[in-house]
Structures are given as C-alpha cells and as structure tokens.
Write a protein that binds this ligand. Structure first.
Ligand SMILES: [Zn+2]
Length: 498
C-alpha cells in the first residue's frame, strides 16, 4: 500500500534566548520520526524555524543597542545551527520575518475576514479594556491573576489598558472544534485530548489578534489598517502552511498538507494554541485541519524548573559538544518520557551514558568486531540487510519497534533495542548470548561452530546499528562502517567518562 507523504513540524521557538533543552527535545523527537519514516520509504517534509516578531524582541534589541533585524538575524543563526548541533534532518528553516511568510499571514487574515457567519466576519474590531501584562504581551483575565499579578510575572504590576484590537471569532467554532477533537487521533497523548475537549466544551471566547502599532511596532502589518500589527497567532502559527508555499497550492502544500499526513510536535502548554485556536483559524481560512498534534512534557532539573538563578540550566549544545550528539539524542529519546514531564540532571545523564553507551553499546561493538577480526569472520555484502528487510523480517521487532515509533513512543522503541527480551536485535540479549555461549572459547575447540556464532553476532550487531539509524544516525553509520571494514581500527565509540 502506498503511504501518504508525511509533513512534520516543530513549533517555532521565540528568539529572545539561546536554544534550550525543551526545544532540543522537541526537535530531536520530530527528527527521529522524520528519519524513521524516510527509512521506511515514505516521502517526508520536516519543518522548523524561528518566531521573530513582537515587542519583547523589539525591546531586547533596543536595550542592547542593536538594530532589531540584526538582532533577530543573530538568533535565527543560533537556532539554524541546531541542524548541525543536533544532527537534524529538517528540509527547511522558516523565519517569520521571511517575505513569503509575511504575505501568507496577511492572506490567511484576509480569508478569515472574508468568512462571514451569522454574527459577521470571523475577524472584527472591538474596543477592549483590561489588565495587560507587558511581559507576556497579553491581556490577563481576572481568573488568571494570582494576588493581583500575572502568574508568569509576579514582579510586574499589570497595567490597565484600553485599546481597539482585532478579534478572531473563536466562539463560532465551538461545535466544529468539539467534533474535531472527538476524533481520537488528533491529539497524543489521549489525556491531553480530553483536556482540550473539556476546554472547548466549557465555552470559547473570541481572542485578540492584533496590537496598536504604537505599542507593538515589530510585527506584520494588518492588511488595510496601518494602525495595527498582528499579534503572535496569525503571525507565528501561519508558518506551518507558509513553509509549504501556501497560498500557492500546486507544490508542496498540495502534496504534503492537502494530500499528506500533517503532524505537529509541541509542548504540553501549547494545547489551546495548536489544537484549538490554530484549528479554528484553519477552518475559517478554508484549510484542512492538522491530523495529529503530539504534545511532549516539560524537562525539569533536580525536580525544579530550570533557571539561571538556580544554576540548573541544561545547555543542549554544550552536552552534545562534550559527550557527542548521539549521546544527547539517545538520552532525550530514551530517558525523557515522550509525553510526560521528566527530570534531567548531569549526574543522571553521565550515569546512563556510562552504563548504556560506554559499557553497553560501545563495549559490545568493540567485543564483537574484535572477535570477528581475530577469527577471520566477515559479514558479506548480501548478508547486510536494509532497515526495511530487518523490521519486516522479524515479527517481534516489527511490533515492538515499528509500532512504538509509529505511536511516538520513542522511549519504548529504544528500551527494546537496549533490552534483552527480543532475540538477536537487542543489545542486552547479545551481551547475554556472548556470556553464555562463550564464542571466544568455542573457536578453540570447534572453529567452524565458533565462527558461525561470531557471524551471528556480526549480523545481529548490523541489525541493531541499522535500527538505531533514526535515533543515533552518526553512531549507526560508524558501527556499520566498522562491520564492513572489519580489519581496520574500531572507532572509539562512546568513551567512558569519569
Ligand atoms: Zn505575564
């Protein structure tokens, strides 16, 4: 059966700080899924990029005496480096300051203006008075306040502001969103879908989608109104379609959005934005809904939120630099839960690195290839199966590995490869097999039988390395090269860290 092309995207990080570990997690998860589907023969379009407008950015640039365009260019370059720094296979890198993106955001806006229901157009202007948090660039609801302050900014006094803004008529989409969210595949994990459904069923309010140019100058102009610029929603969310060339519909947009499977990855605090507001905006603009949004949890450090003042900030690129990109990818994929909150400390990282990569995988590779080299065993070209041949040829792997990856349960898929339950294609199983069958002794008494046992280890190691391709692409290549070359020195994979 011919599979639909896959479109997968991260959210766009806001460029007022360097890349943090939470975004590294999201990018690596998306990359693993993208790589897996490519290996399984599917056409994939993987999108990421940067969200670059807003008053916070404008102010930060001003504070540091920089031109705002130069400021966003600097940060966009930092995020673009993640492609190399985390070995991401993204096909594009969209910036919300790109000309094509700006035109697309304005076009979506106009389509929503032109979509007129019983109460009027989906975008309308109204006077609004309320408490405004400058830190969030948002009006606060009475119910949001904690001791009269914004919960995110307890040190800032909210200011009362009256202004005229454009609103999006979300209230019109309540029954549409209820139906959309009733489909169990639109959100993973399931409990987040229930959360979204409950939110929608509690009643939806129209939301503000613009700011006065006088208060927020760094943004996309509202079409036909020079006094207003777009607030984040129409600006940032539209990237998911502008990156595919929308409103042009004959190229990638037609292929990957209209005729493909659309998957968005996001953090757990994004449910209202990605699965509710964005889906209503798409519907209003006459565009197909997202097929699935996958929400990951947050990463804490030592049980606490990371902060510079606590000194517990985990820097993804620094770790990749010290331990290797694949070591970081491995940890994020296996020891950070794909959906729930998880803790990340350097102590735990180092312990699991030494146990599972230095002593586990790295040690196994050296043992097996040394055995093969010392006993004249080689894995011939036609004995080296492809990714597809390996997964389709073994029922247990097919179920444990493929089903887990297709359900975004990345850590479960890795538990299988690093475990001892599945015969042959599991690192723990292979270690056990060497200990029990002692091929290094067998060769002394029965060379043929010993060589055969070592050949099986080479073949199993090849399978393990091949299955690791979407998760640890560089280690996967190095191990397979070592198997092919056999006689050359084994590269130092995952050296032990003291
Ligand atoms: Zn705030």
């Amino acid at each position: 059966m011919e599979q639909k092309p896959l479109y997968i995207t991260t959210t766009l990080p806001y460029v007022n700080a360097d890349p943090h570990i939470g975004f590294a997690l999201e990018a690596v998860q998306a990359d693993i899924i993208a790589r897996y589907h490519r290996l399984a023969g599917r056409e994939v379009f993987f999108n990421t990029g940067t969200d670059e407008h807003g008053q916070k950015i404008f102010q930060k640039a001003a504070e540091t005496g920089q031109d705002v365009q130069a400021y966003v260019d600097h940060y966009a370059a930092q995020f673009r480096k993640l492609k190399e720094g985390l070995n991401l296979s993204n096909d594009v890198f969209i910036r919300t300051t790109d000309t094509g993106h700006i035109a697309a955001a304005q076009e979506l806006w106009q389509r929503c203006v032109a979509n007129i229901g019983l109460d009027g157009p989906d975008i309308y202007k109204k006077k609004y008075k309320g408490l405004y948090c400058v830190g969030d660039e948002m009006f606060l609801k009475e119910t949001d306040l904690v001791s009269g302050r914004c919960p995110n900014h307890p040190n800032m006094q909210p200011v009362e502001i009256e202004e005229e803004n454009y609103f999006f008529r979300l209230s019109r989409y309540q029954s549409y969103l209820h139906d959309y969210l009733s489909n169990s595949s639109v959100i993973l994990p399931e409990w987040r879908r229930e959360e979204a459904l409950k939110f929608v069923d509690g009643g939806l309010e129209d939301f503000s989608i613009s700011r006065e140019t006088a208060r927020m100058s760094w943004g996309i102009p509202v079409p036909g109104d020079t006094t207003q610029v777009m607030y984040v929603w129409f600006d940032a969310l539209t990237n998911y379609i502008s990156t595919l060339g929308w409103p042009t519909t004959d190229g990638n947009f037609e292929k990957f959005w209209n005729n493909g499977e659309v998957v968005q990855m996001a953090g757990k605090d994004q449910v209202r934005f990605q699965s509710i507001m964005w889906q209503a905006m798409l519907k209003s603009g006459g565009i197909k809904a997202t097929d699935t949004v996958v929400y990951h949890g947050f990463i804490t450090s030592g049980g606490q939120k990371m902060s510079k003042s606590l000194g517990n900030v985990i820097e993804p690129l620094a770790i990749a630099n010290e331990y290797g990109i694949d070591a970081l990818r491995y940890f994020l994929a296996r020891h950070i839960h794909p959906f729930e909150d998880s803790d990340f400390t350097m102590e735990r990282f180092k312990e699991l690195y030494n146990a599972n990569l230095a002593n586990g995988l790295g040690n196994l590779v050296r043992r097996v290839i040394t055995l093969a080299r010392n006993n004249g065993v080689e894995l011939e070209k036609d004995e080296r199966d492809s990714f597809d041949e390996i997964v389709r040829g073994n029922d247990q792997i097919y179920h444990a590995f493929i089903r887990n990856l297709e359900g975004y349960k990345i850590s479960d898929a890795l538990d299988m490869i690093f475990g001892r339950d599945v015969p042959h294609t599991a690192i723990g199983w292979m270690d056990n097999s060497i200990t029990q069958n002692k091929p290094f002794e067998l060769v002394k008494t029965d060379l043929k039988a010993g060589q055969k046992a070592i050949w099986w280890l080479m073949k199993d190691l090849w399978s393990v390395a091949t299955l690791l391709d979407p998760i640890m692409p560089d280690a996967s290549i190095k191990i397979r090269e070592a198997i092919v070359e056999n006689k050359t020195d084994i590269p130092m994979l995952f050296p032990r860290k003291e």
